[in-house]
Design a protein around this ligand. Structure first.
Ligand SMILES: NC(=O)C1=CN([C@@H]2O[C@H](COP(=O)(O)OP(=O)(O)OC[C@H]3O[C@@H](n4cnc5c(N)ncnc54)[C@H](OP(=O)(O)O)[C@@H]3O)[C@@H](O)[C@H]2O)C=CC1
Ligand SMILES: O=C1O[C@H](COP(=O)(O)O)[C@@H](O)[C@H](O)[C@H]1O
Length: 536
């Protein structure tokens, strides 16, 4: 039996909003629209039919049973044909223990075949993340013995050209073990390329047919859920006595979800202009983190139990008000003699574009645990640093005996828990502490868990985890369609309003901290952004 592949771009495709384009039904739960995606991954594995679609990056994976005796198949006119090369020179890699544990199966020990299709193989995401992540999995022995990778995009390319392109993105970053070069060669031998369109209804009708034949399930992944510190959120909450009792409105004053990049949309403006930062980062990555952060204790760690709790949070959220959203767009700025381009300086972006490259928003969960607690989100491109973090600001200590020692700014004395997702992964808690000495002076110090200092192992890229899960059919990090609907229902009305009213974004210089409107927004809820202090 052959495998098949396709790709879907889920940001708007999966939405229940009106941003749809081509009405291609891939499954009963598929969204109404279809937007060409950059990358898709497809995979076949015995008895675990599955399709994955990246919420943020459009990955779809089909895992279908195959005939063990037949050679691996390669994409042909929409989809697969045999390729003799695949049978040659394949290197067997022993899976690491960690990998076996993560994948939950004897990866190399059976004869199943995994065939992964990277749709949008010539694109940025494929080059920067997907191929390197696949190589890392291969290097660690996490891929089944029989696997092949097919690149799929519009550009005309030969297998050799794809391999050449991919080889430039691979590094031996996992460790400096011997044979890295050899493993790279072996990996590249398993990479093939097929050129084609994926905005063709015919192709998707074919796909749909084949998906049905294979009784494929359908799901979405958000790569932020695969980030180490995001995965650790539940461990932190549910496996430590000290946090969970405080995880509510009684002790927490605000929660802040902050994403910043110190580069603009350079080279991606054409794509980005259709979406803007709210759809690009907030509606998916930050909202997923929020749901995980705020959910009730799930019955178990099973995917369904976790997703049941996440969806309850999303459905308890108050509709977002226009006045609770601040939008910005970066403009050109010259620093040290270097001119940094503004968003609309990109030739692929319309000169009069109002697309936000920055946004801040205040969200609320109207349930017993979180009533009245502002969840502040802030996301932006071309800011002063690159960072993603969760900041939990606790309330003041009632009747604090040491108030006098803090001077007038009592806010400086509240506890804050910071979960730094990237870079320099860390969890730290700001506490008030006596400065050693004969006097009684307090300062705010950090109880600090810096991952690089505590763990010697390099943290895997989120895509490694997600691809492994996709291959294995593990759905914990998948987003269920009702979750997705709830997420879009929350953001779609305000997005529509912003667009209909043609709200002009506040302009901020490239490399700055973003528009001041974000400070006023926080001030409206009597809080400050935690990332703005001198010591963060
Ligand atoms: N880049 C990144 O770091 C990240 C990106 N993402 C998400 O991933 C997605 C892809 O982004 P990115 O890789 O940067 O985008 P690019 O524009 O760099 O790449 C798009 C890819 O899709 C292919 N493609 C586009 N339209 C078609 C079509 N009609 N038929 C066949 N192939 C097509 C292009 O092929 P060709 O050029 O050959 O025509 C190209 O390979 C976006 O949703 C983005 O938000 C998510 C996380 C990180
Ligand atoms: O989904 C997306 O994420 C990236 C940021 O991902 P990260 O893992 O590098 O933090 C962002 O640059 C891109 O615009 C967006 O589409």
């Amino acid at each position: 039996m052959s495998t098949l592949s396709s790709s879907t771009h889920c940001r708007s495709y999966c939405s229940s909003s009106n941003y749809g384009h081509h009405p291609v039904a891939v499954s009963s739960s598929s969204p109404k629209s279809f937007v060409p995606s950059k990358v898709s991954v497809q995979s076949n594995r015995k008895s675990k039919p599955n399709v994955v679609c990246m919420q943020d990056g459009a990955v779809s994976a089909t895992l279908a049973p195959i005939d063990d005796k037949s050679p691996p198949k390669k994409i042909k006119n929409g989809l697969l044909s045999e390729d003799e090369n695949m049978k040659k020179g394949l290197l067997s890699v022993t899976p690491s223990e960690e990998c076996e544990e993560a994948a939950g199966f004897g990866i190399n020990k059976d004869d199943s075949t995994v065939s992964i299709t990277v749709v949008g193989a010539s694109g940025d995401l494929a080059k920067k993340k997907i191929f390197p992540a696949l190589f890392a999995l291969y290097y660690e022995g996490c891929l089944p013995e029989h696997f092949t990778i097919f690149g799929y995009a519009r550009s005309k390319m030969t297998d050799a050209e794809l391999r050449n392109m991919v080889s430039r993105t691979l590094t031996c970053r996992i460790d400096q073990r011997e044979n890295c070069g050899e493993k790279m060669d072996q990996f590249l031998k398993r990479c093939f390329y097929h050129s084609g369109q994926y905005d063709s209804e015919d192709h998707f009708a074919e796909l749909d047919k084949k998906l049905k034949e294979h009784e494929v399930r359908f799901g979405w992944i958000d790569h932020y859920l695969g980030k180490e510190l995001v995965e650790n959120l539940s461990v932190l909450r549910f496996s430590n006595l000290i946090f969970e009792p405080l995880w509510n409105r009684q002790y927490i004053r605000s929660v802040q979800l902050i994403f910043s990049e110190d580069f603009g949309t350079e080279g991606r403006g054409g794509y980005f202009d259709n979406y803007g930062i709210i759809r690009d980062i907030m509606q998916n990555h930050l909202l997923q983190i929020l749901a995980l952060f705020a959910m009730e204790t799930p019955v178990s760690l099973d995917a369904e139990d976790i997703r049941n709790e996440k969806v309850k949070v999303l459905r308890s959220m108050r509709p977002i008000q226009l006045e609770d959203v601040v939008m910005g767009q970066y403009k050109s700025h010259t620093r040290g003699g270097v001119v940094y381009p503004g968003y609309t300086d990109d030739k692929t972006v319309p000169q009069n574009s109002l697309t936000p490259t920055f946004a801040a928003a205040a969200l609320f969960i109207d349930n017993a645990r979180w009533d009245g607690v502002p969840f502040l989100m802030k996301a932006g491109k071309a800011l002063h640093n690159k960072r993603a973090e969760i900041r939990v600001q606790f309330r003041h200590v009632p009747g604090n005996l040491y108030n006098r020692s803090f001077g007038t700014d009592l806010d400086q004395a509240t506890n804050e828990l910071v979960i730094r997702v990237q870079p320099d992964e860390a969890i730290y808690l700001k506490i008030n502490n006596k400065v050693p000495g004969l006097g009684m002076r307090l300062d705010r110090s950090n109880l600090n868990l810096l991952y690089a200092a505590r763990y010697s192992k390099e943290i895997p890229d989120a895509y490694e985890r997600l691809l492994l899960d996709a291959i294995e059919g593990e759905r914990r990090l998948f987003i269920r369609s009702d979750e997705l609907d709830a997420a879009w229902s929350l953001f779609t009305p305000v997005l529509k309003e912003l667009e209909e009213k043609k709200i002009i974004p506040e302009y901020y210089p490239y490399g700055s901290r973003g528009p001041v409107g974000a400070h006023y927004l926080a001030a409206r809820y009597k809080v400050r952004w935690g990332d703005l202090g001198l010591e963060q």
